[in-house]
Design a binder for this molecule. Structure first.
Ligand code: MOS
Length: 748
């Protein structure tokens, strides 16, 4: 029971606690930590896509005063790559790429040398003077031309979170053949790159005793320190990695990138502090959302009941790692047809391994599936929303488990109402304004709600303030803020009395920040460790003379307004300051682990859902598409902070729009290279593209996912958007476009 005394910031739109630092430039990124006597490294990228380096001639570069060294595979330190079996925390099955390992070139833009000089400008100039001779081999980079080489992925331990498609159920072929209503289509998606504003950089501070303090752009400092210690055989005690702030991640920082290797290598060899920053062009050389070819077929009875579902995908990977994502499983989890065949294959090409990018696989597969659903609705002459409701289920038939919670029906209802969907005329080309065709489309979104183990420390200091820390990341999502809220509420303190710190390997360990699991993962660790502090405080309270807490158990107490209280008599209270004063002049300090409750979770499937409604205006003469309105209703468990949560969903919607209409990494297969590797030619949505976006949260009360009831919101915002836009374009124009992005010429 809540009383007026209960402090409660969870669920309130608290401003970002790091907001002022972020907008005043005090929040430093990896390339902004200045250390004395810094040298600068510039990476040389391979000019060919496949083959061998025959020779380097670095003599001109080295003859310049101030150029310190040119590192290549010929003179790299012997200890690098001592542990060749090492895999980072987001490594797919295979053999991770090893920079400067040998003369072999595996993909275009591969880092082949590092030029280190006294200034950045000098290093950059010297890099242009290094002559490289190659022996070139023929490369294969074209997914569509190599589909015949598609094969099953080699799944490994790293893929526990990326389950392969389930075995076929029922008899798709027979049932589909007899279905009165059916659709089938082929969907081709282009590759994309993450393009965070902050570019990849590492600053290594070389301390006198040879210890390294490393500022790295990463979504997980633990991942970076493991990489450095394993690859260079350095003891943990000699390395510290920090990443307090990040200018965007989106998955690009889930794996250690080669600037980390280069900077550490150079610092150790030169016994000097070194910074290596990559360029925007070089960001296009490590990891991308893979190009994909999918086929979806759906069959339904005359009343709209779906009884047949087929979804296959063929996706590119590198020739050294099997990067996989969950592309085809979604339909089997979202809809109840009894005859289901799902298949997923990889085509190894001479490209760098693809890399998780916001809602990896989910936005890809759901974009195809939900366009097919729209097509089926039109085939049936049924409203697209009605088709979803007709095939609604609370059961995940892939895992054969009920959902721990699923308020998608309510998302459909509230989203449709806010958007005005019920007044829609189903007829394509039925709405027009001047020379613009107007269309309304909708789609469903879905993403997983995972939780990992993590650790945190909490210290109630002698001044009564609380300091909490965990080696997690805030990739722009609001981790600082929501962890501060969880800590504050757990011990009944105001936000201003709580300081949450992250991004430092001296702190208790946390996993990489991705997969939308940070709120649930680190949130549970923070809640658990603050409860541990609370339990210590209860012991102190019991030891007070004539204590009114003597017989109290942990379940009997609550914290609010800086006091510990008896739940059933809140006037029996003692201040946290009084309690910490009783601790012999010492702070009350606890470290603890937050674990997923596997026993509770194992009987349920856990996921977030969304319903997306979109209005587009298509210029009939020019084929330009403007997304004039979009509403996303999200069921993502308990919303810790509606302000940061809304920002997550808005960001996802903007990106979904960008993916649907603009983003595409274009490769020239003659060169085997992405050609539009800059923000002038790689188009992303800008302010002028964004109009009316609306977010609704349909709260779910779910104590299966974790005691906080949190599911995570990082990725769900993007998932339904591209299909909703494609479907709105069909409604506007009568053109069914299945490929992404949707270019002007598809609509002329
Ligand atoms: Mo996200 S692609 O898991 O950073």
């Amino acid at each position: 029971m809540s009383t007026p005394l209960v402090t409660n910031t969870i669920g309130k739109p608290i401003n970002r606690v790091d907001g002022v630092e972020k907008v005043t430039g005090k929040a430093k990124y990896a390339a902004e930590f200045n250390v004395p006597d810094l040298a600068y490294g510039v990476v040389i990228s391979s000019a060919i896509t496949k083959g061998k380096i025959k020779s380097f001639d670095a003599s001109d570069a080295l003859s310049l005063e101030g150029v310190l060294q040119v590192f290549t595979h010929e003179n790299r330190p012997k200890l690098a790559w001592f542990d060749i079996s090492y895999k980072d925390q987001d490594a797919p099955p295979g053999a991770p790429f090893r920079p400067l390992h040998n003369a072999t070139i595996k993909y275009s833009g591969q880092p082949i040398a590092l030029v280190v000089a006294e200034t950045f400008e000098l290093a950059r100039y010297a890099a242009t003077l290094v002559r490289v001779e190659y022996e070139e081999l023929t490369h294969e980079t074209d997914l569509e031309a190599n589909l015949h080489k598609a094969r099953k992925p080699k799944h490994g331990v790293a893929d526990l979170l990326k389950p392969p498609p389930p075995k076929p159920r029922g008899d798709f072929d027979r049932v589909y053949a007899e279905d009165p209503n059916k659709v089938a289509g082929r969907y081709v998606h282009s590759a994309e790159h993450h393009n965070p504003m902050e570019l990849f950089a590492t600053t290594v501070s070389y301390e006198k005793n040879g210890k390294l303090t490393i500022y790295d752009k990463t979504q997980g400092v633990t991942n970076s320190i493991l990489y450095v210690t394993q690859v260079f055989n350095i003891p943990f005690s000699d390395v510290r990695v920090l990443s307090p702030y990040m200018g965007g991640g989106f998955g690009s920082g889930l794996r250690p990138q080669y600037q980390l290797f280069m900077a550490v290598m150079a610092a150790r060899e030169l016994k000097r502090s070194v910074r290596v920053s990559l360029t925007r062009q070089q960001m296009f050389t490590f990891g991308h959302r893979p190009a994909t070819v999918q086929q979806v077929a759906l069959g339904a009875l005359a009343d709209g009941s779906m009884n047949a579902l087929y979804h296959d995908a063929m996706s590119e990977t590198s020739k050294f790692e099997d990067y996989t994502e969950v592309v085809v499983n979604w339909g089997g989890q979202l809809y109840p047809p009894e005859n289901v065949t799902l298949d997923y294959k990889l085509v190894p090409l001479d490209v760098y391994s693809p890399l998780d990018m916001r809602a990896p696989g989910g936005v890809t597969g759901m974009s195809a599936l939900e366009v097919a659903m729209d097509e089926l609705a039109y085939n049936l002459g049924m409203d697209p929303l009605q088709l979803r409701l007709k095939n609604y289920t609370d059961h995940d038939y892939n895992q054969n488990k009920p959902y721990s919670s699923k308020e998608l029906r309510e998302c459909y209802r509230q989203g449709a109402e806010r958007f005005g969907w019920p007044s829609r005329n189903m007829e394509p080309r039925s709405m027009k304004k001047d020379h613009n065709l107007i269309g309304w489309g909708m789609a469903t979104g879905m993403w997983e709600a995972n939780q990992m183990p993590a650790r945190a420390e909490a210290v109630l200091m002698v001044n009564g303030k609380l300091r909490v820390s965990s080696a997690t990341a805030d990739i722009g999502t609001g981790t600082y803020t929501i962890m501060t809220q969880i800590a504050a509420d757990t011990l009944g303190l105001p936000i201003s009395d709580v300081l949450f710190k992250l991004g430092d390997t001296d702190m208790p360990v946390a996993p990489i920040s991705g997969g939308s699991w940070t709120a649930a993962t680190v949130g549970t660790a923070v809640q658990t460790v603050c409860q541990e502090v609370g339990k210590s405080l209860l012991k102190l309270a019991k030891n007070m003379p004539d204590s009114l807490f003597k017989g109290a158990k942990w379940e009997d107490i609550t914290f609010s307004d800086k006091h510990m209280r008896l739940k059933n008599d809140p006037n029996v209270a003692v201040s946290l300051q009084t309690l910490v004063d009783l601790n012999g002049g010492k702070a009350v300090r606890e470290t603890s682990t937050g674990l997923p409750n596997a026993l509770k979770q194992r009987n349920f499937s856990r996921a977030t859902h969304s319903a997306v409604f979109v209005e587009v205006m298509v210029d009939e003469d020019l084929g330009t598409v403007k997304v004039t309105r979009a509403v996303t209703a999200v069921a993502g468990g308990r919303i810790l902070n509606p302000k940061t949560a809304r920002s997550q969903i808005l960001g996802g919607m903007v990106w979904g729009l960008s993916k649907a209409l603009e983003e595409e990494s274009v490769m020239d297969h003659n060169f085997g290279r992405f050609m539009n590797h800059n923000l002038a030619e790689y188009h992303v949505a800008v302010n002028a593209d964004i109009h009316d976006l609306d977010v609704i949260f349909v709260e779910e009360h779910d104590d299966v996912v974790n005691p906080l009831g949190v599911k995570g919101l990082g990725e769900i915002g993007i998932v339904g958007m591209p299909a909703a836009i494609a479907n709105a374009i069909f409604h506007a124009t009568g053109r069914r476009v299945r490929d992404l992005p949707i270019r002007l010429d598809a609509l002329l």
